[in-house]
Design a protein around this ligand. Sequence first.
Ligand SMILES: [Zn+2]
Length: 310
Amino acid sequence: MKKKNISTILVMILLILSLVGCDSRNKVKEEGKFYIVTTTTMLADATRIIGGDYVVVTGLMGPGIDPHLYKASAGDVIAMQKADMVVFTGLHLEGKMGEVFENLNKLNKKTIKVSNGVDESVLLQSEDKSLAHDPHIWFDVSLWKDAVSELANGIKELDPEHSEEYENNLNKYLTELDELDAYIKNRALELDEEKRVLITAHDAFNYFGQAYGFQVKGIQGISTSSEAGTRDLRNLANFIVENEIKAIFIESSVPTKNIEALKEAVEAQGFDVKIGGELYSDSLGDGKSGDDTYIKTFTKNIDTIVDALK
Ligand SMILES: [Zn+2]
């Protein structure tokens, strides 16, 4: 009942705002270009690269924004409504936006769920019972290639006239992603196996761990909407002391308090663990950091990890 009310209110807000033409948030729709709205920064980046000159992209979530907790604003709903296509990850990554996507489908809006491009058999199970699968597919470059290919298919369907250009953009990008994948693998091998242990604020890095040979532990579950328990914190502190882990990491889109609490719990046992730096998890870096593309962000991540654990 309550859900219905919210969606009715959203539709009403949408109607009212489109009638009065309140549209300050949207970029001006450029003539002859397709207007695509994406959720995460990873998707905005990929859509700009593949769409090239023929698309205008608006990303709803900025750098440092947590997609698990993000709620669509009225302005977001309008932007999606006006878009020629809406791109999202799926697998409940955008956990608070499910209803918005359902409404878009009801309105026959073209949507692309990029996780559809990833074979279900390679998806990791989620320990979080509210999610069937772990949604952090961009952490394994080979899976992200599948997601990006799905995105390219959607753009080609939207604008068949320029299919060939999109295909060329995709192929060029897939080659760059292969180079990134090789770079991450090579850097990971600079660490002995027992040193490849990654401890972060939330369980975002399981695909990364599987692809690049790291044991991964997060303080919070797969989604940041679950709370970390004090018992989990104590167990993790014991693990760090026993295995003499040199560094733990904060994440750009998750508050740092849990990692600081973990550091203190380790130090209470007389062992010194350093904070090895900030990793990008559920968002790319911003223009200021210079890590504002998927390739730059994940190059920075592996450099931070390997340099701190060495
Ligand atoms: Zn996450």
